[in-house]
Design a protein around this ligand. Structure first.
Ligand code: DGY
Length: 320
């Protein structure tokens, strides 16, 4: 029997490509830039399924124009804001994502952002690399301790809970908002806030771990930033669209916020230029899931989902 044919819109890790090539007739995209939209459409003409990822969106227009031959889309990500699931459902496309496998890596990067921001890591790097360090000094680059501080987690799904586990080890108190309250086993003593604005008022550090959606767009705007205690720290490793950049930049500039640690941005790969000169913004280029182990696991998860689909079995991580 001939292998199903697979269009891949982003350059994937070698181990994933190797397995894909073993089991599928694969049309690869070998550049780091995502496959352009017109090339996705052209490639889809000979594809039974597509592996895509953030940066190579499949929105309603493109989905409507996909040939009927394409039966499934597997996204190499847990987030699916680059996909129009309603359009996919309307078209009868099966869609899967990659939950779980990137929980730990993303929680780790959240702590890196939190520590980078609270311990002024960027300023330290800059001082060394510019050869401006004149030696240890009792007042140099004093940051803010985490022990005893209140960490407000907005979005207590798998990643939010993994962030909480790590932050407990730093002696932080965990507060959270989620659409619904967690069971005591998952809550592990964290304090639930039904009202996210009450959570903001009580958070010395505020970590955004909720998915992007029309409801969460610009969640952290100027009005809500004003609710945070003066000198609070904001961390975002979820999606840039949850933050009003102008408002965050203004709060970091005025000193309302002590610092921010950001891994994600609205309009990636561009980011608001106002962040660039800010010494109290610790910035990473969307590295949340970027470990060899995690990226391989994400690719294998995509392939597990595709394998199940083409074997006529339930797709484990089906989202549409
Ligand atoms: C995801 O999986 O949604 C991540 O943001 C990509 O690392």
């Amino acid at each position: 029997m001939s292998k199903p044919s697979l269009l891949v819109t982003r350059c994937l890790p070698d181990a994933v490509v190797e397995r894909a090539q073993r089991d599928y007739d694969v049309r690869l995209h070998q550049q780091d830039d995502p496959l352009p939209q017109d090339a996705i459409l052209a490639g889809a003409a000979a594809a039974d399924a597509i592996i895509t990822a953030p940066g190579a969106p499949l929105k309603a227009d493109l989905i409507a124009r996909l040939p009927a031959r394409v039966k499934m889309v597997a996204t190499f990500s847990v987030g699916f804001d680059h996909l129009d699931l309603d359009a996919a459902k309307a078209k009868g496309l099966v869609v899967s994502n990659t939950p779980d496998v990137l929980t730990d890596a993303t929680a780790d990067i959240t702590l890196l952002c939190l520590l980078g921001a609270s311990r002024r890591a960027w300023e330290g790097q800059e001082m060394l690399r510019k050869q401006a360090w004149v030696g240890w000094n009792p007042r140099q680059l004093m940051g803010w301790s985490l022990g005893g501080k209140r960490l407000g987690i907005y979005g207590m799904g798998r990643i939010g809970r993994a962030v909480a586990d790590r932050a407990r080890a730093f002696g932080m108190r965990i507060l959270y908002h989620n659409r619904s309250r967690l069971s005591p086993e998952l809550e592990k003593g964290a304090t639930y806030y039904a009202d996210p604005e009450a959570l903001l008022r009580d958070s010395d550090v505020f970590s955004i771990n909720a998915p992007a959606s029309p409801e969460t767009d610009n969640f952290l705007d100027a009005r809500r930033i004003a609710l945070l205690p003066d000198g609070a720290i904001v961390v975002n490793t979820a999606r840039g669209t949850l933050v009003d950049d102008e408002a965050l930049i203004a709060a970091l500039t005025s000193g309302k916020l002590a610092a921010a640690g950001l891994d994600v941005y609205r309009g990636e790969p561009k980011l608001h230029p106002g962040y660039l000169p800010l010494k109290n913004a610790y910035l990473l280029p969307h590295l949340g899931s970027a470990t060899v182990e995690t990226r391989n696991a994400m690719g294998f998860c995509c392939l597990d989902n595709l394998d199940a689909f083409f074997a006529g079995k339930p797709v484990p991580n089906r989202i549409a």
